[in-house]
Design a protein around this ligand. Structure first.
Ligand SMILES: [Zn+2]
Length: 392
């Protein structure tokens, strides 16, 4: 496909770009370098700099492109290149073909979030034609849908790059401004004890018993987490929550369990709560380990982090919210959502962020995912207005 230009209708160009993006089956955990190369081709004529960063296999890449001067400030438009898997049998149209029916375009990733990306790419030539004094950046990550593996690598790669002043993360919010979401920290903890006959429990170390004490300690933090909730927290529930979702352990009723593992999570409303939970659990764990190792020195409790996604913390005065107010006009309502996005990671890296994009999260991870063309048109029009924020 030729690179977009400033000639012709941006809507038609955006739709053509979306067709191209949907055709890449960029399912999380599969290579995305073909898609990134395609986006790079579209951007190349208009960018002053394009930085790629990779995972260790180099089959997956993040892209960070700068339009305009390579200086601090400016606006970062951020998204992820991957999509969730499909079961084609559940779809009424081919999932990796953008299929238009009426005002809707169907296809995996149309809402989450290639529609937003297509809008951004269609406007790049128009921003590039302006006399920008501050840049527009396009950030595109890999494997967001499987634990946000790409964004931390992208953020590390920007250590010496110009720092954007704000970020808009174009997840499908139905074009409503989202100013905060909880974090999502997911773990698997494995307790290793020593098996034995249940008639002589003192000569063994029950992994199941120690796991239940560990879990009771975690769940016992709830009252304090309720008390720690920030005044005026916009979340429902207002406080940080934890959950143990899966437990596996032991062999038989009459055997002291040698092993036990469990999957658990916390959804912090503030970063300090995550540290609070970790500190309290570490103290509990060292007491348990001392008891276990008195009988069996090899006893262990090990926790593997599946992901640690920072929340997007509410900030009463945020340059990102100010930008959205200015783009949208008036005083648009600012909401909070229950799902995680990369905005929390960017905020933690010092880039004030907001979540705003076309499409409905409710259709995003389902068969027959779609985005409405009218949503994309509104998105295009509003993003076009960014230029005036960067030319003086
Ligand atoms: Zn998404």
């Amino acid at each position: 496909m030729p690179a977009p230009t400033t000639d012709g209708s941006p809507v038609d160009q955006m739709l053509a770009i979306l067709d191209g993006l949907i055709a890449f089956p960029s399912v999380a955990l599969t290579p995305n370098v073909d898609l990134i190369a395609h986006v790079e081709d579209l951007l190349r004529p208009y960018c002053s700099e394009i930085l790629l960063s990779h995972d260790e296999t180099r089959t997956k890449a993040n892209l960070f492109a700068t339009i305009g001067p390579v200086v601090d400030g400016g606006i970062m438009l951020a998204g992820h290149s991957d999509v969730v898997p499909v079961d084609p049998g559940d779809w009424t149209s081919p999932p990796f073909t953008a299929t238009r029916r009426g005002d809707r375009i169907y296809g995996r990733g149309t809402a989450d979030m290639k529609g937003f990306l297509a809008c951004v790419l269609a406007l790049v030539p128009r921003w590039a034609a302006l006399d920008l004094v501050r840049p527009v950046h396009v950030a595109l990550t890999f494997d967001e849908e499987d634990g946000f593996h790409g964004a931390p690598i992208l953020i590390d790669s920007l250590a010496d790059a110009p720092r954007p002043a704000v970020a808009i993360v174009g997840e499908p919010t139905g074009l409503k401004v989202v100013g905060a979401h909880k974090g999502c920290y997911e773990y698997t903890t494995t307790v290793t004890g020593m098996n034995g006959h249940s008639s002589r429990p003192a000569e063994a170390v029950s992994a199941v018993h120690h796991a239940t004490r560990w879990i009771a300690g975690l769940l016992g933090l709830e009252e304090e987490l309720v008390e720690r909730a920030p005044a005026g927290s916009r979340f429902e529930p207002m406080h940080t929550t934890t959950n143990v979702g899966v437990i596996n352990g032991g062999l038989a009723r009459c055997t002291v369990a040698g092993g036990c593992s469990f999957d658990w999570e916390m959804r912090p409303v503030q970063g300090s709560d995550a540290r609070f939970v970790k500190d309290r659990i570490a103290a509990l764990e060292s007491g348990l380990l001392a008891e276990m190792r008195a009988v069996h020195p090899e006893a262990a409790i090990e926790t593997e982090a599946v992901c640690e996604i920072d929340g997007l913390e509410w900030e009463e005065s945020s340059p990102a919210l100010d930008l959205m107010r200015s783009l949208l006009g008036g005083d648009p309502p600012v909401g909070v959502v229950a799902y995680g996005t990369e905005a929390g990671l960017y905020q933690a890296a010092g880039i004030p962020s907001v979540v705003w994009g076309p499409g409905d999260i409710a259709v995003a991870h389902r068969p027959d995912e779609f985005v409405e063309v009218s949503d994309l048109e509104v998105c295009l029009e509003l993003l076009l207005g960014l230029g005036s924020h960067l030319t003086d």
